[in-house]
Design a binder for this molecule. Structure first.
Ligand SMILES: Nc1ncnc2c1ncn2[C@@H]1O[C@H](COP(=O)(O)OP(=O)(O)OP(=O)(O)O)[C@@H](O)[C@H]1O
Ligand SMILES: [Mg+2]
Length: 558
């Protein structure tokens, strides 16, 4: 068979035409030292800060320290299979995570990989985990509330969409409970929640996911988990991954909420990797830029203005304190970065005052603007009464005879405190909060036994719903307490007390009974104005006499 040379040359020509010498540029380096979740790599001169690096066996890493000869990298995953001499490649991408609706309802690790056994995440979109926070020009003040469904918070420490509110307290004071209740209360509220668990036990995270699932809250929630057993680099990355997922909603004009539970453990993880990288330790051995690490995370919470889509990203960081010490390094840092804090106290928690919110030192610096007017109408009085109560209660525990005004104030404070108690997983809609707080701040609970306040609330709500079913929806719709609504509420509470006998049948039997019956006589919203206080000061001497008698008779009874 003859060989046709022109045929061969045309084939070769064709092949040459299609040949492209596309050089694939990738920096390649060699591991010179590896261990404890970090690696020193020689020869990656072109690496970017926070660039994703590719180790053998599909393990990823992140460029952390860029030095003249070497690059210090965080290994994001199991590092035990890596050894000195292994090759490392740059990828040209900074660390990013998958984002979008496909993540909702899923549990993922800080790299966005599913860890809930429900298959891979179906999304093509990714976002870098680090981004510069939105600037001043594109923001606007908060004006829409995040209803937590917790009476003590929605009334006194309201949170607005786009706000950063710190939840701070010792171990086991109900910090996570507040965050979880808030997430549960967002059902049907158009707020996507992202719960970032950092350094917690796997079992605790599993429990939280189960609770969310049970209450149908996973339908609007993403859980990002870097457990205590995960390497420190992953724990460090977790909140940034969570906020990147939230930013996807923010930039699309939607509302999102990020819970970072908790940033104390995040700080530990960051301290660990920084010390391993031989960055100089500062106060409490934390690296010098720990403040920057937290501020650039929390600054990414924002409320964008209309021109920029009007989306919002709310941040609820959690900090654990040691023995209530809010002046330690990390707590003060995060307090100064956030727009307020919810302070939870161990002794309140142990006394049964749950949620254990200390109303005195908890604040919300911007959320009041977002509160509905009806709530503002009742909460101003609430704050004042509680503040007076706390002050008086501290003195009164030593005093034997008190004037009527003081006793009334103490009673009021006691009832208000009881009204603010709330079990876990029982968020209260805002109109119900308004109704019960209105009743409490206007003295309608003063003659109800403190232990019965919870029952009173439940029965009163049922009563309103059965006798005046338009009332609660009207409060929700009008968002303020008009004179007409106040009249309806007054009628409801009077009828209710008449029919059920609250405040009448439960005739107080313990010491201080006089205070209660007297407070009861004064029926009208007992305004503890100065005039009345003075008047009662005049009758003080007489009151003291009467008191002596009562005490004597009570002693006789006992
Ligand atoms: N309002 C509440 N009513 C009754 N029990 C509550 C309430 N809030 C929290 N608890 C209970 O208190 C315990 C501690 O709550 P939680 O785990 O939320 O605290 P924490 O501060 O997050 O603890 P840790 O420091 O371990 O993270 C839990 O058993 C929880 O069920
Ligand atoms: Mg917790």
């Amino acid at each position: 068979m003859a060989i046709r040379s022109d045929e061969i040359t045309s084939i070769i020509r064709g092949e040459l035409k299609g040949f492209e010498a596309g050089a694939d540029v990738a920096g390649v380096g060699t591991i010179v030292e590896v261990g404890d979740g970090i690696a020193q790599i020689y020869g990656l001169s072109g690496a970017l800060a926070s660039e994703l690096l590719e180790f053998p066996n599909g393990i990823m890493g992140m460029a952390f320290n860029l030095e003249e000869e070497t690059v210090g990298a965080l290994i994001l995953g199991g590092y035990t299979s890596l050894k000195e001499g292994d090759q490392v490649k740059t990828t040209g991408r900074v660390v990013e995570v998958p984002v979008g609706d496909a993540l909702i309802g899923r549990v993922v690790n800080p790299l966005g990989q599913a860890i809930d056994g429900k298959g891979p995440i179906e999304t093509k979109k990714t976002r870098p985990v680090e981004r510069i926070a939105p600037g001043v020009i594109v923001r606007q003040p908060v004006d829409t509330p995040v209803q937590t469904g917790i009476k003590a918070i929605d009334s006194m420490i309201p949170i607005g969409r786009g706000q950063r509110e710190l939840i701070i307290g010792d171990r086991q004071t109900g910090k996570t409970a507040i965050a979880i209740d808030t997430i549960i209360n967002q059902k049907g509220q158009d707020l996507i929640c992202i719960y970032v668990a950092i350094g917690q036990k796997q079992s605790t995270v599993a429990q939280v996911v189960a609770q969310l699932e049970e209450r149908g809250a996973m339908d609007h929630t993403i859980v990002v988990s870097a457990a205590a057993s995960d390497p420190a680099p992953l724990q460090f990355l977790a909140p940034y991954a969570g906020v990147a997922m939230g930013e996807e909603f923010l930039d699309n004009g939607r509302d999102a909420l990020c819970v970072y539970d908790d940033l104390s453990k995040h700080a530990w993880a960051y301290r660990q990797v920084s010390l391993l990288m031989r960055r100089p330790p500062g106060r409490e051995a934390y690296p010098g830029d720990i403040f920057y690490a937290h501020s650039r995370l929390l600054e990414r919470a924002a409320r964008l203005n209309k021109e920029n889509g009007g989306g919002s990203l709310t941040a609820l960081p959690v900090i654990e304190t040691q023995a209530g010490d809010v002046s330690a390094y990390i707590p003060t840092n995060v307090i100064s970065i956030t727009d307020g804090q919810i302070f939870l106290q161990t002794d309140l928690f142990n006394q049964g005052q749950r949620p254990a919110v200390n109303a005195g030192i908890s604040v919300s610096r911007v959320g009041g603007n977002a509160q509905i007017k009806a709530m503002r109408q009742v909460s101003g009085r609430l704050r004042l009464d509680l503040a007076q109560y706390r002050e008086l209660a501290a003195f009164a525990q030593f005093a034997s005879d008190l004037d009527k005004a003081t006793r009334d104030q103490l009673t009021r404070g006691e009832k208000l405190t009881a009204t603010l108690r709330q079990p876990q997983f029982a968020p209260v809609p805002v109109e119900r909060q308004v109704a019960i707080l209105w009743a409490a701040t206007n003295g309608h609970l003063d003659d109800v036994e403190t232990a019965k306040v919870g029952d009173f609330e439940a029965e009163f709500m049922r009563f309103i719903e059965s006798t005046n079913e338009g009332l609660l929806p009207a409060i929700a719709k009008e968002k303020s307490l008009s004179d007409d609504l106040v009249d309806q509420l007054t009628k409801a509470v009077t009828d209710f007390k008449e029919q059920t006998g609250y405040g009448r049948a439960g005739a107080p039997t313990k010491p201080g009974s006089q205070a209660k019956s007297k407070g009861g006589n004064a029926k009208q919203p007992a305004d503890l104005g100065t005039a009345e206080a003075e008047a009662s000061a005049e009758t003080d001497a007489r009151a003291a006499e009467v008191k002596d008698e009562t005490e004597a008779s009570e002693a006789g009874e006992a």
